[in-house]
Design a protein around this ligand. Structure first.
Ligand code: PEP
Ligand code: MN
Length: 276
């Protein structure tokens, strides 16, 4: 059951297979916006961000529990301490959560809290993790490895699909190139290609792609214009105090302004924005 890569002359290009996450559909006609903090830091920070992104129009919440940081000396996420309050926040806001699973041993525990498992860029090649996620039926957001070929990314998705879980969404989050001016380089080619040649919905993470708050909105609009199925954006009520990725976090006001612009771009392209 390998993902079929159709050649450009083929008549039978795959159409996107939408993935359902509670009330949200990714990969249908509507554009999906997922937002929230890089890391869940405290009950107050998580609730404040969740309420704000929901009222600005995000339909799914993001938030890291275990973080794969470059240095082990930096904040590694709240880990188990986050489970004390996550359910309360989701209930209060009536939102569903996507959060990263960094180790196959976390799947069972995380299963009760998340509606979609995120596989981070550093774990795209972790085939043991992908195979385990293939045994679940829960949606998997598969980020592209920062040095992975598009072909490797698509084949990584097949590890999940071949376990019997077809609910895979691809996420382009920027790659390493010779250019180091910004954090990474968003490869919109990969989005256009994966949309045309695979059945998976494809979303963009502009936050990790560019790494600079000021530039995140432009990249988000570019993703919408390029035909992505959605975006996943980092937002923090006080980015200067964030425990991870503060430089790229949009403030709540930035995010509200961005949502209006996203809707304008979508309107120009005759595409609806998904609302709760
Ligand atoms: C994240 O989403 O916070 C994250 C760590 O992303 P990536 O795996 O793309 O670096
Ligand atoms: Mn982050």
């Amino acid at each position: 059951m390998e993902t079929q890569i159709f050649n450009s002359n083929s008549d039978s290009k795959p159409s996107t297979r939408p993935v359902q996450i509670g009330p949200v559909t990714i990969g249908g006609p509507e554009f999906t916006v997922i937002a929230g903090p890089c890391s869940i830091e405290s009950p107050e920070q998580f609730l404040e961000t969740a309420l704000a992104v929901k009222s600005a129009g995000a339909v799914l919440l993001r938030g890291g529990i275990w973080k794969l940081r470059t240095s082990p000396k930096t904040f590694q996420g709240l880990g188990n301490d986050a489970f004390a309050f996550i359910k309360d926040v989701l209930k209060t806001t009536n939102m569903q959560l996507v959060s990263e699973v960094t180790d196959p041993r976390q799947i069972e525990q995380l299963n009760d809290y998340v509606s979609m498992f995120q596989v981070g860029s550093r774990n795209m090649h972790n085939y043991a993790l992908l195979k385990e996620l293939g045994q679940t039926r829960k949606p998997v957001l598969l980020k592209r490895g920062f040095a992975a070929f598009v072909d490797e990314w698509i084949k990584a998705a097949d590890y999940v699909v071949m376990g019997g879980n077809e609910n895979v969404i691809l996420c382009e989050r920027g790659i390493r190139t010779f250019e180091t001016t910004t954090r990474n380089t968003l490869d919109l080619n990969s989005v256009i290609y994966a949309k045309a040649r695979t059945p998976f919905p494809v979303i963009v993470d502009p936050s990790h792609a560019i790494g600079v708050r000021e530039f995140v909105p432009a990249l988000s609009l570019a993703a919408a214009a390029a035909g992505a199925d959605g975006i996943i954006v980092e937002v923090h009520p006080r980015p200067e105090q964030a425990l991870s990725d503060g430089m790229q976090a949009l403030t709540i006001d930035d995010f509200s302004r961005l949502m209006k612009k996203v809707e304008s771009v979508l309107t120009a392209l005759d595409r609806p924005l998904q609302k709760l």
